[in-house]
Design a protein around this ligand. Structure first.
Ligand code: NCD
Ligand code: ZN
Length: 344
């Protein structure tokens, strides 16, 4: 008998859609399966004001059609005007604000250098109930890249949360057992997104047997014990952990390069991979919480009304190795094992 599961349609709580020809090429990969997504603002130039977010939202909707809802974010800079943030939120244009430490990742040059300079914005956000989404890595050159998330918790995140305890915060794309433990130790107003690829790869996948640029993303995948901690958190049923794919397309020439860009593109096969990972963990019953219930609960939004069905086939499913876009091909994340769950 064919095994199939029908669940509430999922959302993606951390997604890069880019703009222009890249947006047009890759947005259908998400809109096909997901009802809503939190849209990252790290365009060039970044989405910093409410009016920028409104324009970008319209360009996304023109590509996807109305069956997909982009939940917009603003890119926090040291110049961000608290009144603009609050007004954009009140007008329903934005859902959250994203904080990148300056230089932490792709297109983050306008990020925050001095966290004291954004204190006023954070206080206004706490009062208005606007979540802060953190790229949780310090950028200090003396800190090893594999330690940057754990150090961020101690040096930046915990001090911000102590200074502004009412602020709702999401640690984006967590990659360490330190982050899992920190989230578990904190009250409900701290949540965390976990990507698909960090549930699958550890740092060996990037570095052993030749360098694999399509597995390079930020925060970089850590050692196996951390991957296991992430699977444990995602499949535990703890509502503070939810899916944020961080699907981040770059063209192949930008990835397969002497200075390759960070980002894994998982939109196309994310749900098939997640079903595999949750099944392996004996936790298929927790998949709906992770993809469809925990996120809306944190964001205080209704769960989706539609459903999505996954069916397990006997032979491996096929999916495109690359998505062709007007700016070049984008390689789809290869989990390194055959997939059997197909989205109907
Ligand atoms: C993201 C991108 O390409 O925009 N890259 C990545 O490796 N995750 C930026 C980010 O979310 O850090
Ligand atoms: Zn991201």
């Amino acid at each position: 008998m064919t095994q199939s599961i029908t669940r509430i349609r999922p959302d993606d709580w951390h997604l890069h859609l880019r703009d222009g020809a890249m947006l047009a090429g890759i947005a259908p990969e998400t809109a096909r399966h997901f009802a809503r997504a939190i849209i990252m603002p790290n365009l060039v130039p970044p989405v910093v004001r409410g009016a920028d977010a409104d324009g970008y939202r319209k360009r996304i909707l023109a590509t996807t059609g109305p069956d997909f809802t982009p939940l917009m974010t603003l890119y926090l800079t040291e110049e961000t005007d608290p009144a603009d943030v609050v007004a954009a939120h009140k007008a329903g244009i934005i859902t959250a604000v994203k904080m990148y430490p300056a230089g932490a990742t792709t297109n983050s040059a306008s990020g925050v250098r001095d966290f004291d300079r954004v204190r006023g914005v954070l206080e206004a956000m706490a009062e208005a109930g606007i979540p802060l989404l953190c790229h949780g890595e310090v950028t200090d050159h003396s800190v090893d890249i594999f330690d940057r998330e754990a150090v961020f918790i101690d040096r930046v995140l915990d001090p911000i949360r102590r200074a502004t305890p009412a602020l709702r915060v999401v640690m984006e794309h967590i990659t360490t057992s330190d982050a899992v433990a920190y989230v578990r130790s904190q009250p409900e107003n701290l949540g965390a997104t976990i990507t698909t690829h960090h549930l699958v790869i550890n740092r060996n996948h990037i570095l052993v047997g030749g360098i694999k640029p399509h597995y390079y993303c930020l925060p970089v995948a850590k050692r196996e014990t951390h991957r296991v901690a992430l699977v444990d958190a995602a499949t535990s049923g703890d509502a503070r952990f939810f899916l944020g794919t961080d699907s981040a397309p770059h063209t192949d020439d930008a990835k397969e390069n002497a200075c390759g860009c960070a980002g894994c593109f998982t939109a196309t096969n994310t749900l098939s991979i997640l079903a595999h990972v949750f099944e392996e963990a004996g936790a298929l019953d927790k998949l709906e919480g992770f993809t469809s219930r925990n996120g809306p609960e944190f964001y205080r939004l209704p769960v989706n009304t539609g459903t999505l069905t996954l069916e397990k086939s006997v032979t491996p499913i096929s999916y495109p190795a690359k998505i062709e876009t007007g700016v070049g091909p984008v390689t789809v994340f290869d989990p390194g094992f055959p997939l059997f769950w197909r989205v109907l």
